[in-house]
Design a protein around this ligand. Structure first.
Ligand code: IMP
Ligand code: MG
Length: 181
């Protein structure tokens, strides 16, 4: 599929709205239990995680400080070495905070590994990771630990619910699959 055909295409449903919502609620319940009595700094990684992040936030009962972090890979994603640059930085220090990184999808895992390195030096009290989607077959960062996983999915290209293909489909309420990918 060429990028100009994208706007005419309705990706078939891979995960429906109700399935996603139920799972997001389960993840939030686990976070509520794990962080009872604590304040959480939840970091939304831009741009793909925004929809997951805001839905998760609505189910969180623990006090949450919201932060947003923009990072982008240098050059071509498929040949990425995991070297990324910060395009939007945090607003507050993380020292002594309980931090959870909220990711849309972990593919090679290089982006999340880099983020962990970037955040660890800021000396949070604890640092955990949540990813709505995880493609185990694509994982290159073998020592990466994801504490909260929504769905393990096969190595297919998915869009919607924040995820894009050439900046399209982020607003789809479900997760669809680009079959020709
Ligand atoms: P990683 O560094 O390979 O784990 O890449 C993670 C980033 O690649 C995600 O945050 C997405 O922006 C993008 N990505 C990986 N797989 C997909 C997909 O199936 N659909 C949309 N974006 C994806
Ligand atoms: Mg992401």
């Amino acid at each position: 599929m060429s990028k100009s055909e994208v706007k005419y295409y309705e990706p078939p449903v891979y995960l429906s709205e109700p399935e996603i919502k139920a799972r997001v609620r389960e993840l939030a319940d686990r976070i509520n239990r794990d962080y009872e009595g604590k304040e959480v700094t939840a970091i939304c990684t831009l741009k793909g995680s925004v929809v997951f992040y805001t839905d998760l936030l609505k189910f969180l009962k623990v006090p949450v400080v919201c932060e947003f972090l923009g990072m982008s890979s240098y050059g071509n994603h498929t040949t990425s070495t995991g070297e990324v640059k910060v395009t939007l930085d945090l607003t507050e220090p993380l020292i002594g905070k309980h931090v959870i990184i909220i990711e849309d999808i972990v593919d090679s895992g290089l982006t999340l590994s880099y983020m962990l390195e970037y955040l660890r030096v800021k000396k949070p009290s604890s640092l955990k990771t949540a990813a709505l989607l995880f493609k185990p077959e694509a994982l290159k960062a073998k020592d990466l630990k994801i504490d909260y996983i929504g769905f393990e999915i096969p190595n297919k290209f998915v869009v919607g619910y924040g995820l894009d293909y050439a900046e399209k489909f982020r607003g789809l309420p479900y997760i669809g699959v680009i079959e020709a990918y």
